[in-house]
Design a protein around this ligand. Structure first.
Ligand code: FES
Length: 189
């Protein structure tokens, strides 16, 4: 898996520069380091970067450096991890990142059609973000759920399975739009 190729487009580019990690995030990272011997705090770099990304939605150079300092490791080593894994973003992405698997089992089960429908409904291609900053569409590798093909991962956490017809794609997009509107109404992100 290589670095995220998501382009910085639309309203996502207007996301303000990240702040420093919150106290809650620092505590979560500290808890992750406790899973390793004290001299190997850097072994928690992947969960620590994931926690940082949960907080800001992406990983700026400053955030990566902050994580590296917390773990007592060279910033360049943390940067290498952040740029290697597809799940980490080096630029702001939409509120809903949709990663569609396009490996062979998913393609044989309808991922090509799902991709076409997603692109049509969202008006974007792979690697792009909608102008309102709501959705980013990403072409992904095998998500380890081939039996549920075709599959899509929402924000690196929620698996959406058997997306083999347009109605399911439409329903998914609509539910995420509603979810986003409700979150805005609550003053969410
Ligand atoms: S090929 Fe798509 S989840 Fe494995």
């Amino acid at each position: 898996m290589n670095g995220d190729s998501t382009r910085e487009t639309g309203a996502a580019a207007l996301v303000p520069a990240p702040r420093r990690l919150s106290e809650a995030a620092l505590q979560r990272i500290e808890r992750e380091t406790k899973k390793f011997p004290p001299e190997q705090r850097q072994s928690a770099v992947i969960p620590a970067l994931a926690i940082a990304q949960d907080e800001f939605g992406w990983l700026s150079t400053e955030t990566i450096e902050e994580v590296a300092n917390l773990l007592g490791m060279p910033p360049v080593a943390a940067y290498e991890v952040a740029t290697f894994y597809h799940m980490f973003h080096r630029a702001p992405v939409g509120r809903h990142k949709l990663t569609l698997c396009t490996n062979l089992p998913c393609m044989l089960s309808g991922a090509g059609r799902a991709a076409a429908r997603l692109k049509e409904r969202l008006g974007i291609d792979f690697g792009e973000t909608t102008a309102d900053g709501s959705f980013t569409l990403v072409e992904g590798e095998c998500l380890g759920a081939c039996g549920d093909a075709p599959v899509l991962l929402h924000n690196n956490k929620r698996m959406c399975s058997f997306l083999d017809d347009d109605g399911k794609i439409d329903a998914l997009i609509e539910s995420l739009r509603v979810e986003g509107a409700a979150s805005d109404g609550e003053g969410g992100v």
